[in-house]
Ligand binder design. Structure first.
Ligand code: RIB
Length: 307
């Protein structure tokens, strides 16, 4: 496979991961087991996932002027991600508090810090990389106006775009006219539509978003797999069965895998199957970036079959 040139516009966080027996209810105090500090952030996770799978990735983002910012840049460089467009800005880096329960489920709170300062001017600085890329990927832990500037530039240059509308807000609909591939989970689908979506209704609901612009909407359904919705119809691409340790960054791994494998809409199903394998493997280890798989691991899971 030729190495894809990708640009990811997105967030970079330091994750404070707490493992515990079960997630707390509102107002409840529970005892945790261990605390780990690991590199995360949806944009950074997607960039690292794609780089581990052989893509040439530039990350457009912001870290703070603190020690976390220095550690996060160094860690991304070591993972093979281009950090020329990931410059420090005065103030703290993004931080996420990630609770991981024994069943692998999580709760995450993100304090954006420097991510909130990523500006449209930062997109202009990365214009050459964006207009030469095979795919521009963006996630919404950075300002919407900045993603819009990146996608508008990509569109003018005839480059496809992948929007992972996470976390989703109703305002994100404004980006759909500039989006080629929209990747969302079930709650994000409901947020974009502005109404609840019943189980089993996801395909029909996602089809409503096609008229806003995307060529394909891909709804990630966890252990059920991913639903690919295009004007030609909908198709479920089943998940790979794995033993789940931690679902953190499974969606990011899926997006990074999809971006690395994407070769056009005609081969979308194959790229989604590949992405399913990357997402499944990320669930088998604790943490965000430490859990992202190598190309050899993905190849082995694909060869094992099913999915
Ligand atoms: O998707 C997982 C990521 O969400 C974590 O790494 C955390 O930083 C938040 O951005």
């Amino acid at each position: 496979m030729t190495r894809r040139r990708l640009v990811v516009v997105g967030s970079v966080n330091m994750d404070l991961v707490v493992t515990l027996g079960r997630l707390p209810q509102p107002g409840e105090t529970v005892l945790g087991e261990q605390v780990l500090t690991v590199p995360g952030g949806k944009g950074a996770n997607q960039a690292v996932a794609a780089a581990r799978l052989g893509a040439r990735v530039n990350l457009v983002g912001r870290v703070g002027s603190d020690s976390d910012g220095r550690l996060l840049r160094a860690s991304l460089r070591a993972s093979g991600v281009g950090i020329r467009y990931l410059q420090p800005v005065a103030g703290p880096s993004g931080v996420a508090v990630v609770l991981v329960a024994a069943d692998g489920e999580n709760q995450i709170v993100v304090v954006p810090g420097a991510n909130g300062l990523l500006a449209p001017a930062d997109i202009e600085a990365a214009a050459t990389a964006i207009t030469r890329s095979d795919l521009v990927v963006a996630v919404l832990e950075v300002p919407l106006a900045t993603v819009e500037a990146a996608f508008a530039l990509a569109r003018r240059a005839g480059r496809p775009t992948l929007l992972n509308a996470a976390p989703a807000t109703p305002d994100a609909r404004a980006l759909l006219g500039l989006t080629t591939l929209l990747v969302i989970n079930e709650p994000e689908l409901a947020t974009l539509l502005g109404r609840p979506v019943s189980p089993g209704e996801e395909g029909e609901a996602a089809a409503n978003l096609l008229s806003a612009g995307p060529a394909a909407v891909i709804v990630t359904l966890g252990e059920r797999g991913a639903l690919v919705v295009t004007p030609a119809g909908q198709q479920l691409v089943p998940a790979f069965a794995v033993t789940v340790v931690d679902t953190t960054a499974a969606g990011d791994a899926f997006v990074g895998g999809l971006a690395a494998a994407y070769r056009g809409l005609e081969q979308l199903r194959e790229a989604v199957r590949f992405a399913n394998a990357v997402g499944a493997l990320a669930c088998t280890r604790l943490g965000a970036q430490p859990a992202l798989p190598s190309e050899a691991e993905v190849t082995a899971l694909l060869a094992r079959g099913s999915g």
